[in-house]
Each structure stands twice: as structure tokens, then as C-alpha cells.
Design a protein around this ligand. Sequence first.
Ligand SMILES: O=C(O)CCC(=O)C(=O)O
Ligand SMILES: [Fe+2]
Length: 329
Amino acid sequence: MSAPRHPPRWDAVAPPEPLDETALLGLVRADAEAHAAALPAGTRFRLRAEITPVQAAFLDRRGYLVFDRVADRDEVETILAEIDRVEAELLARGESKVHGVPVWFGPDPDGNEYLYRMGFSSVHSPFLSNFVRDGRFEPVRRLIGDDARIGEREKDGVVFNRYVNATGSLRPNLAWHTDALRDLFYNRRMPGPMLNVGLHFDRIRPQDGGLRVLPGTHKQSGWATLFSKVHFVTQAPDPAEVAVETWPGDLTVHDGRMWHRVEASPETGWASLRRSMYVPYVRDAVLEKHAGSPTPLYLRLFDAVMRWRAARARRRQAASTAAKNTSDT
Ligand SMILES: O=C(O)CCC(=O)C(=O)O
Ligand SMILES: [Fe+2]
């Protein structure tokens, strides 16, 4: 096993035990709904061979689920090390796209080029490709649909995200959005139910920033999905938002029609690092991408913004280094 450059903080306190569902497995729908309604927002579940009635009811009502440490410590560290390796290879080859999806690079807290978002991550990593197709995720796939498949080469593939808060950071946070907008671009129609499956690599307490969701908004009207906040612009916390607390290896499922965002860490530098990875489960007609695929329209818009931000970030980083050097001499 190779070690990642920035391992998660393993010394943090262990998570609370996930909900014990032994006595709840036989609940009929109405009872499961009543039980789920009474559970706290921060309930952690255990991923079993089947999604349980209470898990299904919780997801239906609130729009998200958190599964306790579905990836173990070795897997978490190996995936992080694989991303470090792929990042180094892309930088060495001067590649800024994978299968048409731009890889967003910007300065890291030390001023080096750093990968902030990459699509199709598993295409360059056999370990990651095997991992996302592991049998333990089968209940999650069936939750999405018996006909669902893992789209390693479809849409944006397996997306890896890094967020860091530092002078010149490309991305300390992510503003409010629904993932429905992306599907609107891909499918040219309003998306129906869609679930996004995320793996989390860092210990993130509510006070560390991290994922914020607006429970219940997956059931809003199509109009509200598109317009109740300004996609990727509105940043302000919402009084009804829930902070999704994670331990390394946790798996989350959220309904893509729900409003969500990533809050920046109040820390700066490497202490603020947060990493997540989203696995695409696809039910639409197969539409595989390959080296040389064109960049989708929605990403061309984003990419222009991100390139502008990266240039600004590099200028800020250079100015801060120059100021530091002057004060050191
Ligand atoms: O980093 C996360 O957990 C959320 C990322 C996200 O919402 C997205 O990329 O659409
Ligand atoms: Fe999202």
C-alpha cells in the first residue's frame, strides 16, 4: 500500500455506533416512515446486504443517507495515494482534460500546482476502478435501480474533489446547487429521481465546514429546483440546512434534486483539506466517453470561470510569496 501525501486525521475520535436496525428489519412501510421521521438528522447507518426499510424511508423523507465507514483505512489511503499519482502523471504530461472533462488545477498552500477536481478518475487507476465496482456497493446500485450501472466512462465518470482554504486557493468551498442542473444539460429534460453516491476521505465536524444539505428539497417543484437559489453563486448558509458530519471512509447518498453546498473550512492551509469522490450510477442510454471526447457545454461555461479563477489564484499566491520573501530578508 502506498501512502498519500496528506493522510486523513486518523487520531480523531471514533464515530458513534451506527443505528442498530436488528429489530427494525421487518417494519412495514408506514412504521418505517414513522421511525425514520423521529430519527435525528445526523443518524449514521450501517450498509448491509440490502437497504433496510428505515434507510429507504429516511432517504425518501430527508433526501440523504450517511453510511458508516464503508471503505476501510487501507482503502482510504490507497485511493488518496492513487489520486496523488494520477495528479503527478497529468501534470508531468501537461494534460488538463480527461475524456473531455477539464481537470481543475490551481495553487496549493505551498504554491505548487494542485488538482482540485477531476472527472473520470478511475480511468487511470485500476485500483479505483475495482474499488467502485466492489460487491459491497451492490445494495446502493439496486437502490438506484435494478438496471443501474456504474458509469465509469459516462457523464463525468468518477469525480474526485479536493477543497483547501489558503491564499490563492482555487476552491475553498462550493456554492449552493442541485446536481439536477448538470443532468438537465446532459439529458435536455428535467431529471427524475436521481441519487448521488459519495465517498468521504476526511474527518469533518460541522465546525470544519463540509457538506451542507437542505433536507426535503428533493421533493420541491421543478421551478424551485432551478431557481430558489442561484446555482453555484448563492453562498449564504440556510437556516434549515443540515451539516453532514463525516469520518474517513463514510459513504453518503443524496438525491441530486436536493439543494446542497460545501462550506469552507475556517482553518487555513493543509489543516483545511477536504476530499470527496462521487461515483456515477447511470440508468440512461449508454453514452461512453473516451480520450478526445468534446467538453460538454455546461463544463465549458464552468471551465472558463475556473481558468479565470486559477489565474487570479496564481497571481495572489505569487504576491503573497513575494511579500513573505521581502519580510524574510
Ligand atoms: O464535495 C462534496 O461532498 C460535494 C460535491 C458536489 O456537490 C458536486 O461536485 O456536485
Ligand atoms: Fe453537487
